[in-house]
Design a protein around this ligand. Sequence first.
Ligand code: NB4
Ligand code: NI
Length: 190
Amino acid sequence: MDDVIREGNSVLREKAEEVALPPSDEDKRQLEEMIEFLRNSQDPETAQEYQLRPGVGLAAPQINLKKRMIAMRTTDHNDELIELAMFNPKIISHSQQSAYLEGGEGCLSVDRDVPGIVPRYARVKLEAYDLDGRRFTKRLRGFLAIVFQHELDHLNGIMFYDRIDEQDPYKIELPPHELVQRSEDEVPLA
Ligand code: NB4
Ligand code: NI
């Protein structure tokens, strides 16, 4: 069950390939297995049995598949269970505003703590294809938006700690409206 590959495996640094649509039976089975993995990881019984760390998301490269597939399983702000299986997901628009998880991020492919702020978009609108190969769009915010961006990064070979500021891991970006503007008489003449 725990076939999650770890840091150091170059697959985690590669760009995953688009899945041909409609998805093959094998692609569908693999994506379903990713959802199943998350369910097992969140069930104390099976997690114990297979020695799984709990996960709310999984990207195909983490199980050594160079395919653009993402699974998510968590509750939303209304405590409603959200399970999402996506082929070829992408962000079609996003907020200017950023957000981050207060406790930082972890990764099932990283067996160590990496402290620091991982800046993400606060809200995203995504486009993807479901298990039946049907296109859909969805707006995400809060925790779900952050999980999605963590998984999308995996499809592009990006690890969460790539986004932590090396010099100042707890640096908080200023929101755009607080961007400091020079007064006009300070602007150098061309
Ligand atoms: C992906 C997440 C890391 C940060 C924050 C958190 C958990 C993961 C990695 C953003 C995305 C997996 C995929 C959790 C977890 C809170 C909600 C509901 C009930 C247990 C669950 C535990 F498990 N990260 N693990 N890490 N990854 N919260 N929760 N709880 O999921 O590496 O690329 O079930
Ligand atoms: Ni991860």
